[in-house]
Each structure stands twice: as C-alpha cells, then as structure tokens.
Design a protein around this ligand. Structure first.
Ligand code: MG
Length: 401
C-alpha cells in the first residue's frame, strides 16, 4: 500500500483558466456566460465563450470583434488581477509548503509525502480546485504527473476547468499522440520547421532522434525537444525560487513611433530595472531585449557582459546596442511592445571585484544619488530629459490560457 502511494506522480501544475476574463466574469454577473474580451487594442485574455468563436491571445481587438461580434470588451484591471493572484497563491501555500510560482496565474506544487495528512496527489488536486473555486471564485485546471514538463502539458490538455492525472507508466502513451505544439517552447516557428518535415506529433519527434533534431533546430532547441519527447525532465519543484531575472516592459500601442522615442522608452525601462536591481542588491550579466511587433510576432536579442553589474550606464549601453541591431526589424514590422530584462543574476547579491581595484563598479555615485531621490520622492521625481511628459504604459502580461 505504501508503494502505491509513493509511486504516484506528485507534481501538480495549477493554471487558472482565462485568468483576466474569469476575474471580470466573477466581479460582474452580467458578463457570466457571455463572450468577454479583456484589452482594448490587443486581446490580453478571452473567456471560453469567446474562444469558441476562434478568438486567441494575442490578437488585435478588431479581428477578435469580427470573429465574435457579440463580445463584451472591457479594459484590463491589473490591481484586481494582482489581488486574485495573491488569493490563489494563498490557497496553493495552504495545500503544500512546496510551491513554485511561474507566472501571475500558474504554479507548480509538489505534494509527494503528504498522503498521511492530505491524501493522494489526486485527492489533493480535487480539493485544490474546489478551494480555489470556493475561496477565490475562479476556475482552475490542474495537471498531475511525475515531471514538471508533463504536469504542464496535462493541465493544457485538461482545460478548461479540468483535472488530468497522468499515472506512472502511462507517460509516453499520453504524450506521443499529442501535436508538437503541446511541447514547452514549441512556438509557430519551430512547429513550422517540424511540419515541413512531416513531423506533427510528439511521438514522431521522439522517433527522429537527437542528432536530426539538432540539425533541424539548432543545438539548444534540438536537445530540449528530444528530452521533452522522451519525458526527460529532472527539474524539481523549487520553493521560494529566486527570480532568475529582473525586467520591465511597456506596451506602445499600434501607432508608429519614431526610433528616438523608442530609445527614450528603453532608457526609462532600464532606469526602472536597474533601480530594482540595486534595491534587491542583485547584479546581472545578461541583458535581454524583448520586442513584439504589429503582426504579434516576437523577437528577443541578448548580450552577456563579461561581469555582472547593476549599474545603469553599462546596462543601458548594452540595451541600446541590442535595439540598434533590431532597428531594421522594427522598421519593417512596427513595434507594439518593448521590454528589457537582466538575468544571470548573482545569487548572493555579491559583486565580484576584479583586479586592479579601481573602486567597485556598481557603486556609481550618480546611481545612488538618483535612487535616494526616487526612494524619497517617488519614481518620477527625477526623469531623463528625453522622458519628460512620457507616460510608461505598464504592459499587462498576455496569458495564453
Ligand atoms: Mg492560465
């Protein structure tokens, strides 16, 4: 009997359904049962009633309204979503001490070893869904499996408002008939390359072999996909998972903007991010520029510095270089979102000094003085001249499901 329990898959992936749209339907009874679109220019979330008409995220609002003329369009209310997220995470933490949040509306939970006090993983998952519904009023789907990756696939297949358990021994039978798009990290580009070679299911990916996948998709993606198709994912659920990156992004809307204005927005984002890094005493080495275009395609550009820093000037120079590299792409497709993130963060907030000591690089007197003013008088107390009168539109993250 004990073996049975130990043998059970014990990783839960819990993911709220159409999160923002569900919060809107919860708070306004008139919206329940109706197609709801959140977001005015771009659809950030769509209720399942709207998805039934083919609405997806992200999609332009005009296109979504053409597909679903009866849809109610509401503006996003980020503070309501943040509160709902906090409430749901409280339920997660009452379920198990081992919770790893991955975004505002999803988390991995490790529930192995809780059978004496809380029952089997399946029983725990059933109770978790009921509690989220009762305490927060939102539908949530839970996938249960032996690996993180498979638990996430299971919740995706189990949506909406579902529970899907993949028992040990049945992993590949569940995984292999699924379309390749279900694999973590397979977006339209990778899926396209696989389709060109008549590879449509995960089982077909598994049979291709690692070398062929690497030749097709590059070393990183090829190895990643090979591992996933065989359900190799050794990662454990990590509590209090320290953030791997610190970033900020900004929606620009669909009107074309001069390049100088985009550069100014980037500078404001770098100011914000480096101030947070210094507040958290964390230096980082890799700067990533994120871009989203008018056709909803995305691009990222990264550059790694020789050593970790939290200095505004060094990170801004790197970010500007990446933006300049992407300039032709921006001119061609039109930019609707720009973001910057710094990763490869020092885990202990300790910046290694290099010889010769010419003073710690990350103790720029200008940065410290600006931080002090902004801490005291607010983030907009001191602004770059180029950012005067500019409003940074906080970008509400687009959630896929
Ligand atoms: Mg979700």
């Amino acid at each position: 009997v004990v073996e049975d329990v130990v043998d059970q898959a014990s990783i839960l992936h819990a993911d709220l359904d159409s999160f923002y749209a569900s919060v809107e339907q919860r708070d306004d009874p008139a919206l329940r049962g109706r197609p709801v679109l959140v977001g005015m220019g771009v659809v950030l979330a769509a209720s399942y009633e709207a998805k039934a008409f083919g609405v997806r995220t992200p999609m332009g609002s005009a296109q979504a309204r053409a597909l679903c003329p009866d849809a109610v369009v509401v503006p996003p209310r980020m503070s309501a979503y943040s509160q709902a997220s906090k409430d749901v995470f409280a339920v997660f933490r009452d379920t198990t001490p081992i919770v790893e949040g991955i975004s505002i509306d999803e988390a991995f939970l490790e529930v192995g070893g809780l059978h004496k006090i809380r029952g089997t993983p399946t029983e725990i998952a059933i109770r978790l869904r009921a509690e989220v519904r009762q305490r927060v009023g939102l539908p949530i789907t839970v996938g249960v499996a032996g690996t993180k990756f498979l638990a996430k696939v299971a919740s995706g297949v189990g949506k909406p408002d579902g529970l899907l358990v993949v028992p040990p021994g049945k992993e590949l039978a569940f995984l292999h008939p699924l379309p390749v798009e279900r694999l973590w990290g397979v977006g339209p580009v990778t899926a396209g390359k696989l389709h060109e070679r008549q590879i449509r299911t995960v089982g077909q990916v598994a049979r291709v072999g690692e070398a062929a996948l690497v030749a097709m998709l590059g070393a990183h993606a090829g190895r990643h996909l090979h591992a996933l198709a065989h359900n190799h994912d050794p990662r454990r659920v990590r509590v209090g998972h320290r953030r791997g990156s610190i970033g900020s992004q900004c929606a620009l809307g669909r009107r074309p903007r001069p390049f100088a204005e985009i550069e100014a927005t980037l500078a404001a984002l770098v100011d914000r991010v480096t101030r947070r890094m210094r507040g958290a005493k964390r230096a980082g080495r890799t700067v990533t520029l994120r871009l989203r275009f008018g056709d909803f395609s995305r691009a990222t550009r990264s550059h790694s510095l020789l050593k970790a820093t939290m200095q505004t000037r060094a990170i801004l120079e790197t970010a500007r270089g990446l933006l300049t590299e992407a300039r032709p792409l921006i001119a061609e497709r039109g930019l609707t979102l720009v973001g910057i993130a710094v990763s490869n963060l020092d885990t202990d907030g300790y910046v290694q000094l290099e010889l010769p000591f010419d003073g710690p690089d990350d103790d720029s007197p200008l940065d410290s003085a600006l931080d002090a003013v902004r801490d005291r008088f607010g983030g907009t107390a001191v602004t770059r001249a180029v950012n005067l009168g500019q409003d940074l539109n906080p970008a509400v993250p687009i959630l896929s499901d």
